[in-house]
Write a protein that binds this ligand. Structure first.
Ligand SMILES: [Zn+2]
Length: 377
């Protein structure tokens, strides 16, 4: 094919047919690269004060997803600017291969749990998550997901339920969390379950209108389905504008903030075995990473940690062209895989995230850094 021949003769017609039919899902050519923020590396090599932590989770983002992004962005990503890098081992307590529930629970609570478990241990007992632990320190939390807000990854940061399918109960759990800001998709359940009303009674604003983002006041919940579609279906600047709103709202807090923002749909692209889906979501997530680095530099007391809960799709890159932003990928599964995922850290204490460790260490190391500079009230 690369020779541009007019006829291909083969006795393996079936295989060739399958290969050719799947080209549309296997290839992606980028249109325009996004610009890269060049960090100043302010306090990047120091163990100075950490006031804020931004945790960015690329769901399903393994090394091949990252390199597909580097290729499609003509050789560079914001994620490629980090100097302090580690690897996270993602297995669940009951399975070699994790799902997003056990993966997020490990990062949110510091405990390995069963697949499908949300904020509970292997015996289904509720365990405190980072927002629960940070509240006594006066630190405020915001959670953002470019997917449904009751999906496993964001849920593990505010809910405690044995099974991820218990979305009603997960949504109700939000009424008992110290999380100040929640932005994502899935307003219907909050309306149907009258959680929106309960939130308003508690003085928490609730909206499903994306236009409210600018004027809505903390604490608030903003859920909108159109803005959490895939990038290819028009999500636009959801992640970067949600992130800007959240840090602007929380940075006035004297004790600092913790923000967890999820690039949810890198995983969806992996499950769908569609390279263009993976790459467009990866590139969108990288724009968020650039903004997080920019904020960290403006502030000097912010630690940024970027990682994944697991790899999705067993993606391998069989061909590509950095000059043309062209990626040719192949998936070995439509599910998650066991490989370690990278952890990138920037800012003060970023060197604490070097090494090869279990995913529970994300929680442990973030909490340790916060505890070092904040006193329990
Ligand atoms: Zn998944």
């Amino acid at each position: 094919m690369n020779l541009n021949v007019d006829y291909l003769n083969t006795d393996k017609v079936e295989e060739l047919g399958g290969y050719l039919r799947n080209r549309i899902n296997a290839e992606y050519t980028s249109t325009e690269p996004h610009s890269i923020y060049k960090p100043t590396y302010l306090n990047n090599d120091s163990r100075s004060k950490v006031k804020n932590v931004i945790l960015l989770i690329g769901d399903g983002m393994g090394l091949a997803q990252i390199y597909s992004g580097i290729t499609a962005n003509y050789g560079d990503l914001n994620l490629a600017q980090f100097l302090n890098i580690g690897f996270s081992k993602t297995a669940a307590s009951d399975s070699y291969i994790t799902d997003s529930a056990a993966g997020a629970t490990a990062m949110a609570t510091g405990k390995k749990s069963r697949n499908r478990a949300i904020g509970v241990d292997s015996n289904f007992v509720s365990i405190p998550n980072l927002p629960d632990r940070l509240k006594p320190l006066g630190i405020k939390t915001g959670i953002i997901s470019a997917g449904n807000i009751t999906d496993a990854t964001p849920a593990a940061f505010y809910a405690h339920q044995p099974y991820r399918e218990m979305e009603k109960e997960i949504a109700h759990d939000y009424l008992n969390t110290p999380v100040e800001i929640l932005i994502g998709g899935g307003p219907d359940l909050f309306n149907k379950e009258k959680i929106a009303d309960s939130l308003r009674l508690k003085g928490i604003q609730f909206s499903e209108k994306w236009e409210d983002l600018d004027k809505i006041k903390t604490p608030f919940v903003l859920l909108n389905n159109a803005k959490t579609a895939s990038i290819q279906k028009g999500r636009g600047d959801f992640l970067t504008s949600s992130f800007a709103k959240t840090y602007k709202s929380l940075q006035q807090n004297k004790e600092g903030f913790f923000i967890m923002a999820e690039g949810a749909q890198i995983d969806y692209g992996g499950h769908a075995n569609v390279v263009s889906y993976v790459v467009t979501e990866m590139l969108d997530f990288d724009k968020l990473i650039g903004d997080a680095l920019r904020f960290a530099d403006s502030n000097g007391e912010t630690l940024v940690v970027v990682t994944a809960d697991h790899e999705t799709g067993g993606l391998t890159l069989l061909d590509g062209n950095i000059k043309k932003g062209y990626v040719d990928g192949h998936f070995s599964t439509n599910d998650h895989t066991a490989v370690m995922v990278p952890v990138f850290a920037y800012g003060p204490h970023s060197m604490d995230f070097r090494g090869v460790y279990e995913n529970t260490e994300i929680y442990t190391r973030i909490l340790k850094v916060f505890n070092q500079y904040h006193k329990s009230k």
